[in-house]
Design a protein around this ligand. Sequence first.
Ligand code: PMP
Length: 394
Amino acid sequence: MKPPVTNLSKRVFKLESELAFDYLKVAEEVAAHGVKVISFGIGQPDFKTPEPIKEAAFEALKAGHTGYTATPGIPALRSAIAEHVSSFTGSDVKADEVIVTTGSKPAIYFSMMSFVEEGDEVVIPDPGYPTYESVVRYAGGIPVFLHLREEDDFRMTPESVEKAVTPKTKMIVLNSPENPTGGVNLGKDVEGILDIARRKRIIVLTDEIYDHYLYEGEHVSALSDNPDWRENIIYVNGFSKTYSMTGWRLGYAVARKEVIDRFDLMASNTTSCANNFVQHAGIAALTMPQNFFKEILSEYRKRRDCIYDGLNRISGIKVNKPRGSFYIFPNVEKLLKEKGLTASEFTMAILRERGVVTLPGTPAFSPSAGKDYLRLSYALPIEKIEEGLRRIGE
Ligand code: PMP
């Protein structure tokens, strides 16, 4: 038989999706049987987008801000982002060193597609956010999985980075606070990794989307006290998590101007620009009083403590207390051994039999380092967390 005319390129088969979406489908089937599903699956804040942000979007729509904007974003938003990042990290960032993107995902994609050449190695956190591996492969690069160890509280340490880099390393991806482990790199980790990268002339792509979700210690950005950041740092952040704006699709990248000008061309050939009125809402997000997040963070801290205590009480589960993000990554090795199940089989069993969505560390976030782990997102009310834990316990 002749192959279809719409025969897909080899390249496109290198892309992978997030397993969380597959579990969502199964959860819908389970719910269709009348089960009240509790989802620790998807990484999405359950809080509403703050009112002033919504108001700004309505106002912008009414004022007719519905056409294309300049590709890298409206000047007022680029300036607001530059100011926000400068004051949050302590590094001086200018408006023309910012590109506004439709969520932070395209910023990751543009970064990898702009730098990674065939055969280049990219060091990525393992377990880690699946988009990193997928896009590195799509770009023709080779992901080098840097094992984040439970014993290290899932930090990325300079010692482990030193071992992972080779003459072929083009880029190191930092993600702190981390998805899926909740690990947070300490100041000395960031400093040490930046020192290696600078010495060996390696690009650092730093994804700091969970920077506000920190329960202990302080967030040390790769831009913090780093006057030479333009040499090798690409900084990615967005509005999805801090402002509960996942569906609005608004994010950004910060890099030296010449890099941003290339990203501009990538956006120009794909997305054109972020939504006009959403960009106006973005300005409102960055300029409204930021103390709204204090209350939200305190709620997340309660949730973290609740899920941490609850998981630890279940026989066969042991878990580190996560210091950041809204994920927890329990070790279920003993339980899996007792039951003779893989993490995938176990998560599917508790979804089908008890209506609770959790994700398997492997394959969702790692080819092998997550095989004894689950990821739970605790972006849901305490009552639901307690009910979910009760069902997992059963
Ligand atoms: N980076 C990390 C580590 C994430 O967990 C996510 C979302 N789950 C993203 C980036 C993408 O977020 P968005 O595109 O909504 O800004």
